[in-house]
Ligand binder design. Structure first.
Ligand SMILES: [Zn+2]
Length: 78
């Protein structure tokens, strides 16, 4: 959902490399070469870069709807 700041397994900082990785993948570069050039050698860190998806913007409408519904429910009760 949110890009992890650090690798879950080894604790290496990965969040600072995510934007560049995504940009270069969209440009058509080979992900293997990008990960190598970013200095991500361990497969635990490489896994996070490949499998993470930033979907916070897609989920925000549901959170706002839930907040609105909670507000309506609170006014109905009082
Ligand atoms: Zn790692």
């Amino acid at each position: 959902m949110i890009v992890p700041v650090r690798c879950f397994t080894c604790g290496n900082l990965v969040a600072d490399k995510y934007a560049e990785f995504q940009q270069r993948v969209k440009a058509g570069e080979d992900p293997k070469k990008i990960l190598d050039s970013l200095g991500l050698k361990r497969y635990c860190c490489r896994r996070i870069m490949i499998t993470s998806m930033d979907i916070v913007d897609q989920l925000m409408p549901y959170n706002e709807a839930q907040y609105r519904r909670h507000s309506e429910f609170s006014t109905e009760r009082s």
